[in-house]
Write a protein that binds this ligand. Structure first.
Ligand code: ADP
Length: 687
């Protein structure tokens, strides 16, 4: 009897195993079929031959043709990975994670084993990793440890058309490597057709084109300019949903806030329509979205339903979502903008370029004919949009990049081989700032302090605050503040129907007018003391997601502090010491109260205001240090802390004059002394 049961159980186990093996086989077959159906597949052999033959190859193929997911696999399958890792850079974190996840699935391994990714503050790779996806910023950091990229046999710079700051700098660095490492292969992959420029830059490297499959897309414009593109987008989506045949919708917005608003409105409206309409599956996608939600956009849409993907320009070329048939393009994107004269850096909502608009349109025609609704007029498209987006290197602060390049021993920045050089003024501005922070000496060379600062994947000002905290005995606290500032700055949650409750809860963290920096530390420490409780987050109206991210970032920063041999010391009640550490990094970002209640920035005077979200908005202290300026209806300072003017002379004597302390009423007395400028001219001469 017992024997029979044992036999049955054994049979059962065998049957289950067979079933699983069959499922796995069909899954593998399905995956192989999907891979074979991508446009790039039929060019596999030709591509591999070209890679064999040439050291540098430019690859052009439409978004979704399979460049990011397939090329590294092809190279691996042919044995390149025996000679070293295959690296592939992505301008965006989400793309690096999502593409790596997909490839791990196709290869049939656990993410982080043979296939992994590395993004700032998150390393999902191991000893085993041979296909490594990473952000372009991370590859730049890898140069610090491995200047010849010795562990790689192939490096793919993907999404090169995006021309991010880091990609542009990488071009210069890898071009140099190619000269003395004959064994490394470089692939520059781009979704746009203007590849000649890339080819020319890389000494006329050959261009390999992957013809895409494209279906026609009808483009519709509005008759008159739209006053409210949010409303127009919502109405258009609902009209499509109610009147048009099956097919998913993709809407482009400028950022998380707009995406969440649109999601909320769509949910409300569809709820009020009840069962009269078919199901609408709303999927937001933006950089800070948790990865399990990101995966949702790739899930096939069930029969009878319609998926509406609401995305930033991440879905323009970085991510390909199958099944999109309708694109709604309000015509805007957030862009960095930097004014070297004033040092003002802001993220500004800007009209997209014609090239970007065309890419957005193209998303509707991947799997069949589609429609694109441009929420602007045909005249605007023709006459108001720029042809191409200006490369980031020409419109952003270069502090970080200059510090990196200096650490790599590249001193002559004016003659660095940039594809499109940054404005000389911006370069000088970065050098000037690094000099003021003490990262460069007056000959423009990296100092010991600068070397330490370069270890941190942070803005030089934050890095300086971290290093400075050592002298003030509050490194633990400053690490927390920096982690909180780095993780996004939207930790305080203020639901519309509970604003009073939320404000009361938030006020607790600001008690004693400690300033926004210490308040951020208070939030983190209270959460930590609650045992990282979720309930605590609900009660205090703070975003648990942000705190968890801050915790991860904090862990990494602790490791880096140890690496630069800074002791971890803590005194959370020493607010003055914490503020002084922040000021040591941010003395550049100081402002003085004016008689009319506004502020004037000390360096390059400009009128600014305290952000309405700041705990200091009603205090109006005489002197403040701020984290960043944001331009919305006005120029606002975000994350503001009160300082005493004499600290400036104490902390940055080379930069501030005693007259700052003498009188701190409005006027010219607060201006930094001329010495900073004249010494910098010294720096300018040596670069
Ligand atoms: P390209 O780099 O040429 O734009 P990709 O290699 O990124 O193309 O995409 C090829 C295909 O893989 C597309 O059909 C895309 O939808 C699919 N794909 C990419 N990432 C994922 C993912 N995370 N989940 C599911 N499918 C994905």
């Amino acid at each position: 009897m017992q024997g029979n049961i044992a036999l049955d159980a054994e049979d059962e186990r065998k049957r289950e195993e067979e079933l699983r093996a069959m499922e796995e086989k069909t899954e593998r077959e399905r995956m192989a079929a999907t891979r074979a159906s991508l446009p790039i597949f039929q060019y596999r052999e030709g591509l591999l031959k070209a890679v064999e033959e040439y050291q540098v190859l430019i690859i052009v193929g439409e978004t979704g043709s399979g460049k990011s997911t397939q090329i590294p696999q092809y190279l691996h399958e042919t044995g390149f990975s025996k000679l070293g890792k295959i690296g592939c850079t992505q301008p965006r974190r989400v793309a690096a994670m999502s593409v790596a996840a997909r490839v791990a699935e196709e290869v049939g391994c656990k993410l982080g084993n043979e296939v992994g990714y590395s993004i700032r503050f998150e390393d999902c790779t191991s000893e085993k990793t041979i296909l490594k996806y990473m952000t372009d910023g991370m590859l730049m950091r890898e140069f610090l440890g491995e200047p010849d990229l010795a562990s790689y046999s192939v490096m793919i710079i993907d999404e090169a058309h995006e021309r991010t700051l880091q990609t542009d700098v990488l071009f210069g660095l890898i071009k140099d490597i190619a000269r003395y490492r004959n064994d490394i292969k470089l692939l520059i992959s781009s979704a746009t057709l203007d590849a000649e420029k890339f080819s020319e830059y890389f000494d006329y490297a050959p261009i390999f084109r992957i013809p895409g499959r494209r279906y026609p897309v009808d483009i519709m414009y509005t008759k008159a300019p739209e006053a409210d593109y949010m409303d127009a987008a919502v109405v258009t989506t609902l009209q499509i949903h109610v009147t048009q045949p099956a097919g998913d919708v993709l809407i482009f917005f400028t950022g998380q806030e707009e995406i969440e608003t649109c999601e909320e409105i769509l949910r409300q409206r569809t709820r009020s329509m009840g069962s009269k309409i078919s199901e609408m599956i709303i999927c937001p996608i933006y950089a800070n979205l948790p990865s399990q939600l990101q995966a949702k956009i790739f899930e096939p849409t069930p029969e009878g339903a319609r998926k509406v993907v609401i995305a930033t320009n991440i879905a323009e070329t970085s991510l390909t979502i199958d099944g999109i048939r309708y694109v709604i393009d309000p015509g805007f994107a957030k862009q960095n903008s930097f004014n070297p004269r004033t040092g003002m850096e802001s993220l500004i909502v800007t009209p997209v370029s014609k090239a970007a608009a065309m890419q957005r349109t193209g998303r509707a025609g991947r799997t069949g004919p589609g429609q694109c609704f441009r929420l602007y007029t045909a005249w605007s498209f023709q006459h108001e949009l720029e042809d191409n987006t200006i490369p980031e290197i020409q419109r952003t602060n270069l502090g970080n990049v200059v510090l990196m390049l200096k650490s790599l021993g590249i001193n002559d920045l004016m003659n660095f081989d940039f594809m499109d050089p940054p404005p000389a003024e911006t370069l000088l501005r970065a050098l000037e700032q690094l000099y003021a922070l003490g990262a460069l000496n007056d000959r423009g060379e990296l100092t010991k302090l600068g070397r330490k600062m370069a270890e941190f994947p942070l803005d030089p000002m934050l890095a300086k605050a971290m290093v400075a905290s050592d002298a003030y005995g509050v490194s633990e606290e400053v690490i927390t503040v920096c982690a909180m500032l780095t993780c996004g700055g939207t930790v305080f949650y203020r639901p519309k129907d509970k604003q009073v409750h939320a404000d009361n809860a938030h006020n607790n963290f600001h008690r004693g007018n400690v300033g926004d920096h210490v308040a951020l530390m208070n939030v983190y420490n209270s959460w930590r003391d609650s045992g990282h409780s979720t309930q605590w987050c609900y009660e205090n109206f703070v975003q648990i997601r942000e705190l968890k991210r801050a915790r991860d970032i904090r862990d990494q920063l602790v490791g880096l502090m140890e690496r630069v041999e800074i002791d971890l010391r803590s005194d959370s009640s020493a607010h003055e010491q914490i503020k002084k550490s922040i000021t040591a990094g941010y003395f550049y970002h100081t402002a003085q109260l004016q008689k009319n209640g506004s502020y004037r920035t000390v360096k390059n005077p400009q009128t600014v205001h305290i952000h309405p979200g700041s705990g200091m908005r009603e205090q109006l202290p005489r002197w403040v240090v701020y984290h960043e300026l944001v331009l919305t209806s006005k120029e606002y300072m975000r994350s503001v802390t009160e300082i005493r003017s004499e600290w400036l002379v104490e902390i940055a004597p080379h930069y501030y004059d005693k007259s700052v302390v003498a009188g701190d009423e409005a006027g010219s007395k607060g201006a930094p002394k001329g010495k900073g400028r004249s010494s910098l001219q010294g720096v300018a001469q040596v670069v």
